[in-house]
Design a protein around this ligand. Structure first.
Ligand code: HEC
Ligand code: HEC
Ligand code: HEC
Ligand code: HEC
Ligand code: HEC
Length: 195
């Protein structure tokens, strides 16, 4: 009789354990169900890029199309300045721009060119190599040392400080310095209103 009691207790214990497992199981199952739709969602997402031929390039290519429309949006409201300003290269403040570099970039050549967050040029680009070490000095009196360089495309050739020639070929349009408030710049064009 004691054996039967023991056996029933064992069976009960197993059943209770089974119930407990069953009770435990329900909680994981919705989680498993939650995971499965994710996988289902993930697969069509993976499928969408596939239409494009190269599978490896598509994930890299997908982020790039996004910036391109943004660039178009950013550029579209901006008027093409050079339509009217055809001689901006010859404007005095642009020609004499060498005096202004430091106002916007700072005057310390090392903070601009060397170290983290910069293009990190090798010292020898400006100072040469050991037997012929040089400290750059302005090519002409009245010029700044910045003008020794920054021609386009060869940045180590003299630019003579022309702001337009330095910035525009490098993709830095008039608006990086003058802003995009075109009406604000040209307020004088509305001078007739106040009269
Ligand atoms: C439709 C012709 C036209 C376009 C396009 C144009 N400008 Fe002008 N801009 C002028 C004229 C004309 C003047 C001189 C009269 C004036 O100030 O309105 C001028 C003057 C300026 C001035 C001098 C303002 C001052 O008060 O000293 C700046 C700076 C300038 N433009 C920048 C720009 C920039 C940057 C762009 C492009 C985003 C641009 N302009 C597009 C015609 C134009
Ligand atoms: C009125 C302000 C201003 C002046 C003056 C100025 N710059 Fe700039 N420059 C800028 C701005 C703004 C940028 C764009 C910065 C950016 O995109 O992070 C720039 C970018 C540059 C770049 C980087 C272009 C690239 O390839 O990314 C160089 C090189 C440069 N300037 C050189 C010069 C030199 C040399 C002078 C003096 C002759 C000068 N700048 C004067 C405002 C100025
Ligand atoms: C973009 C050009 C450029 C680069 C790159 C550059 N320098 Fe210079 N350096 C200059 C200029 C220009 C001067 C002259 C002082 C001035 O105009 O501020 C100078 C001055 C110096 C001086 C002082 C010399 C003196 O007699 O006053 C030292 C030292 C120096 N640089 C070391 C370095 C080292 C080390 C590196 C590389 C980690 C370096 N530079 C990278 C342009 C550069
Ligand atoms: C001996 C030549 C030399 C001199 C002097 C020099 N630069 Fe440069 N600079 C370079 C080169 C080379 C580059 C990198 C190529 C490029 O941007 O076209 C550069 C890059 C730059 C950049 C872009 C930095 C970046 O992180 O992208 C700016 C801004 C700049 N120079 C401004 C100046 C200013 C301002 C001065 C004067 C204080 C100056 N440079 C003096 C050669 C020079
Ligand atoms: C690197 C910066 C920079 C770039 C790029 C630049 N400018 Fe300027 N511009 C200046 C500075 C600095 C001045 C003188 C101070 C001022 O008027 O803000 C100036 C002055 C002017 C003036 C007034 C001229 C005068 O004699 O008073 C006009 C107009 C102008 N810029 C138009 C343009 C146009 C158009 C472009 C593009 C083709 C352009 N700028 C590109 C910095 C820049």
């Amino acid at each position: 009789m004691k054996k039967w009691i023991a056996v029933t207790l064992v069976i009960l214990a197993v059943l209770v354990a089974g119930c407990a497992e069953e009770k435990v199981k329900p909680t994981p199952t919705p989680e498993e169900k939650k995971e499965t739709p994710k996988e289902e969602k993930a697969t069509p997402e993976k499928k969408t890029p596939t239409p494009t031929p190269e599978k490896k390039e598509t994930p890299k290519a997908t982020p790039t199309p996004k910036p391109t429309p943004k660039k178009v949006e950013a550029k579209s409201p901006v008027v093409e300045c050079t339509v009217c300003h055809t001689k901006s290269v010859d404007y005095k403040p642009h020609v004499n721009g060498g005096q202004l570099c430091g106002n916007c970039h700072g005057w310390d050549p090392h903070k601009i060119h060397v170290g983290p967050g910069t293009i990190n040029l090798d010292c020898k680009v400006c100072h040469g190599t050991p037997p012929k070490l040089v400290v750059p000095k302005p090519i002409e009196e009245g010029r700044t040392v910045c003008e020794n360089c920054h021609a386009y495309p060869d940045a180590v050739k003299p630019s003579y400080g022309n702001l337009v020639n330095i910035h525009l070929p490098r993709g830095k349009y008039c608006t990086v310095c003058h802003g995009t408030d075109i009406a604000g710049i040209h307020k004088a064009a509305d001078k007739f209103v106040e009269q």
